[in-house]
Design a protein around this ligand. Structure first.
Ligand code: NAP
Ligand code: SF4
Length: 673
């Protein structure tokens, strides 16, 4: 049997057939909001269709002004809007893919003052209080959905997805959490589901039978006032009867205090809820959330848990996911590590989404790798993320590349990241580069601390030597109690029970997780501590079990502002890091001055006045990094004196170093050599 034959099997929807089971789920890129970006959006989807994805779903497009997620968000409500969207649908159809337009009404998640909802109940994650929709506005909104669906059909879409989950408007009607109405749109489940049902009926009437209607239904709300499983089943069956073709799985409201897609969520954690709803329905059902490998996709389809697999971020990370799986080369896939740093963190900062491990995502027309006109001898010094990207892209373009790495293996800082419980996925990126290095023919020289003389014969020299940990200056910093983070994360030091962590950046937070958590990617383990009830007896939540902290940790920083400590840098994941440290009872101290370390422990002054001694076994330095620049030939003013030299990643700038910048710099440089 061919590899991954289950996920690669076509799916007959009656009037149309999907070529396999892989769907690119909706993901807001920011490109859909401005008409001048539709060429870029077309290239983005076109590449994924070319890569074998059967069906794609656009980012959310509103049907009217109240439905906008942000001011002037992408809207489809005039015939003029069709022109831009045709560019997208043509690009997908050119490669035999199919595409749905997602119709999204943000409801009370709308970040603008004219937001509306079922009732005037403010969301905890949005400063704007919505107005309760009048009967007239509800009826108009139903018409708007139908009109938008018809325009999507005229624009060449194969169907639409109605966004009814993650806490957006239709979810706000369906759940009593927000819906406090006493008219025919509120109260009983029959009344609460009236709006989505009326929308489905109105859309179906407008577009006819041969147009895919997918509905994303929240199967597990994970917020107080969410639906019970009985209610979810009632709604799903009613949607099926009203004429939808596919039911997509929605997981948790955006305001839920359970992470649903972050890297610490085990793979396919929610497949069981999809499997349960599938048993209740006749139409195809789609699984989603934290599914990122062809092995997992195939297993879900084979076991009958779902008919289709929705993956958004994994297809951002690798547009050729399906073709590589079909070619029997899953090891060649650039796996999404669920970090959110290149995609959702940017989307939620109003920037264009891309991908940490694939800087071409969203930039398909701008970051282009073309064959080099002349093959050059290129030396890359450093086998971390920046160096690996530069080396493999340059070699792929036809250059003769030698990569020098001082350590015994490639991967740099990612080796340490992968050691942190909940960050096991980072190992996948190292596996991907191992494969890329072999595929592109990069010559790797490990354990090679290269000298300037050895670099003399190369046409281009890429310095990607990265960073070394910063050692703060205070008395006793060389005391045996003091360790730096690489010593700990590489397992080179035994760490005691009472620990002070100096620094509260990403690495300080990771250090706490490393010292407190165990590596356990089982769904049961994760669900127990986050209080997830897959049975959905009430709303998908149950009392979480208390964590047992095997260490007493105090995390410190010099800056004032304790409130934000423990979140790390992730905009969309910071709250979950903070919650985890809270579960383990990590103490936070801000505005700290480090006085000294001696046998008694860490002596500190807090807030400029109070002096304390933290009686700890170890003080772990997570105080940021400094660039490793030894090999860079510079003049007295700091200018590089040899034009063959290029500096990227941490070696260029240690502050604000992150893997996203390192990989992007490596790719951009290699594209230009
Ligand atoms: P960082 O984010 O710059 O944090 C450094 C910490 O050390 C700060 O809390 C800082 O706080 C403290 N510090 C700086 N200089 C100090 C000094 N001289 N003495 C004592 N304390 C000092 O650096 P990082 O935590 O090492 O992370 C490095 C990069 O990797 C960051 O860009 C980060 O975004 C990225 N990263 C990301 C993740 C992730 O999950 N997304 C995880 C790990 C790392 P005070 O100055 O207030 O003391
Ligand atoms: Fe996945 Fe991170 Fe890329 Fe987003 S940025 S698609 S989470 S690897």
């Amino acid at each position: 049997m061919t590899a991954f034959s289950n996920m690669l099997a076509p799916l007959d929807l009656g009037f149309t057939t999907l070529r396999n089971r892989i769907v690119m789920g909706s993901m807001h890129t920011g490109l859909e909001d401005r008409f001048w970006n539709y060429g870029k959006l077309a290239a983005y989807f076109g590449e994924r269709a070319k890569g074998g994805t059967a069906l794609m779903i656009t980012g959310g497009i509103a049907m009217n002004r109240q439905g906008w997620l942000l001011p002037a968000a992408g809207t489809m409500n005039t015939y003029g809007d069709i022109i831009n969207h045709r560019r997208v649908t043509s690009a997908v159809h050119e490669h035999d893919g199919k595409i749905l337009m997602q119709v999204l009404h943000a409801g009370r998640y709308a970040y603008h003052p004219f937001s509306v909802s079922s009732s005037s109940v403010k969301s905890p994650i949005n400063p704007f209080k919505p107005k309760a929709m009048s009967e007239k506005l509800i009826l108009q909104t139903i018409k708007d959905y139908a009109h938008t669906a018809r325009l999507a059909q005229l624009a060449g879409y194969d169907g639409i997805e109605i966004m009814g989950s993650e806490g957006y408007l239709l979810n706000q009607f369906i759940c009593s959490r927000v819906n406090q109405r006493t008219d025919r749109w509120g109260g009983s489940v029959e009344n609460r589901m009236r709006l989505p049902l009326e929308i489905v009926k109105a859309v179906r009437e407008k577009v006819g039978p041969n147009f895919i209607l997918c509905y994303r239904l929240s199967l597990i709300d994970m917020v107080p006032g969410g639906n019970t499983w009985e209610e979810v089943v009632t709604i799903a069956k009613a949607l099926e009867a009203a004429g939808i073709n596919i039911l997509n799985t929605g997981i948790g409201w955006h305001e839920a205090r359970v992470p649903t897609i972050a890297t610490q969520v085990p793979r396919a954690a929610f497949r069981s809820v999809t499997a349960r709803i599938k048993k209740e329905l006749k139409i195809p059902v789609m699984a989603s959330n934290r599914i990122n490998t062809p092995e997992m996709c195939d297993d879900i389809v084979a076991s009958g848990d779902a008919d289709l697999i929705s993956m958004a971020r994994p297809l951002l990370a690798d547009p050729d996911f399906v073709n590589k799986a079909a070619a029997g080369q899953p090891e060649a896939i650039n796996t999404c590590i669920a970090c959110n740093q290149g995609c959702l963190d940017l989307t939620f900062s109003n920037q264009r989404a891309t991908c940490l491990v694939n800087p071409r995502a969203g930039y398909e027309t701008e970051l282009v790798y073309v064959k080099a006109r002349k093959s050059k001898k290129v030396a890359v010094v450093g086998g971390g993320m920046a160096g690996l990207t530069a080396a493999t892209v340059a070699a792929d373009r036809g250059h003769e590349v030698t990569l020098f790495e001082a350590a015994a293996d490639i991967g740099g800082q990612f080796n340490m990241a992968a050691a942190v419980p909940g960050k096991e996925e980072f190992q996948e990126t190292i596996r991907y580069y191992r494969n890329e290095v072999a595929r592109t023919g990069v010559q790797v020289k490990l354990n090679s601390k290269v000298t300037a003389e050895q670099l003399a014969g190369f046409d281009e020299v890429v310095i990607a030597t990265g960073v070394k940990p910063r050692t703060p200056r205070f008395p006793g910093v060389d005391h045996p109690k003091v360790l730096n983070y690489p010593q700990v994360l590489r397992g080179e030091a035994e760490v005691g029970q009472r620990v002070a962590v100096i620094g509260s950046g990403g690495i300080g937070v990771d250090m706490c997780a490393y010292l407190l958590e165990e590596h356990n990617q089982s769904v049961e383990h994760w669900a127990k501590y986050w209080g997830v009830d897959f049975e959905v007896q009430e709303n998908g939540l149950k009392a979480p079990e208390r964590r047992f902290a095997q260490r007493e940790i105090t995390m410190l920083q010099r800056k004032p502002g304790q409130k934000k400590m423990g979140a790390g840098p992730g905009k969309t994941t910071g709250w979950a890091h903070k919650a985890l440290l809270g579960q383990f009872g990590v103490k936070m101290m801000a505005e700290v001055e480090y006085l000294k370390v001696d046998d008694l422990g860490l002596h500190i002054r807090v807030g400029g006045t109070e002096e304390h001694i933290l009686d700890v076994d170890h003080v772990i330095l997570c105080a940021g990094q400094e660039s490793v620049t030894d090999l860079i030939p510079r003049d007295a003013e700091g200018k590089i004196t040899d034009r063959r030299y290029h500096v990227i990643g941490g070696a260029k700038l240690a502050g604000e170093l992150d893997a996203r910048r390192a990989i992007r710099e490596g790719a951009e440089l290699a594209a230009s050599l």
